[in-house]
Write a new protein. Structure first.
Length: 177
């Protein structure tokens, strides 16, 4: 990345950074596959349009596909904005707001079977990993040893955030029944 300074990372350090994407995905998929049908149908939030746990699978996949698209743009020579200014959706040419993107994903997947949702999540992650592997590791992992935000948020943090939200929602469900 232009303008980035700091000590060069070793190849081992870079490889450990990229394996974090795989570990986050395995953790998420293991968690979701361990849920019952009733848990997958549980509401995630008390407010909003009625998102169920199962609705998060294509939602997460959508953002992983955006990150894959960003990686392909970078591989093609496009220089991303500096870390603090980077908005993934605008970098890949999506002009809709986050809420609009999420609502469109929710609407387009709300009646689809759970197997399709798991398939979408798996395929999106495979797409992201293929796009990341096509980049030099120093375009994925910064000099501080952490993935750049436009990959880290949809590929690692987003998964963890929603896993925690689901665990919280299911704990509330269990407490009220």
């Amino acid at each position: 990345m232009a303008g980035r300074e700091g000590p060069a990372l070793t190849n081992d350090e870079l490889q450990r950074g990229i394996t974090e994407f795989e570990a986050a995905q395995v953790e998420l998929e293991t968690f979701f596959h361990g849920l019952s049908d009733a848990q997958l149908d549980a509401p995630v939030w008390d407010e909003g349009i009625g998102w169920r746990v199962r609705d998060l699978l294509p939602h997460i996949a959508r953002w992983q596909r955006m990150a894959a698209q960003a990686a392909r743009l970078i591989a093609g020579g496009r220089e991303p904005l500096p870390e603090g200014q980077m908005l993934l959706r605008t970098f890949v040419g999506i002009t809709e707001s986050v809420d609009d993107v999420n609502h469109e994903t929710y609407q387009s997947w709300r009646e689809r079977p759970i197997a399709d949702r798991f398939g979408e999540l798996h395929e999106a992650h495979a797409e992201l990993m293929a796009a990341l592997r096509a980049l030099p590791l120093d375009r994925i992992i910064g000099p501080d040893g952490r993935p750049y935000r436009y990959f880290w948020q949809p590929g690692i943090n987003h998964l963890r955030q929603h896993r925690e939200q689901v665990a919280t929602a299911l704990a509330k469900e269990g407490a009220s029944t």
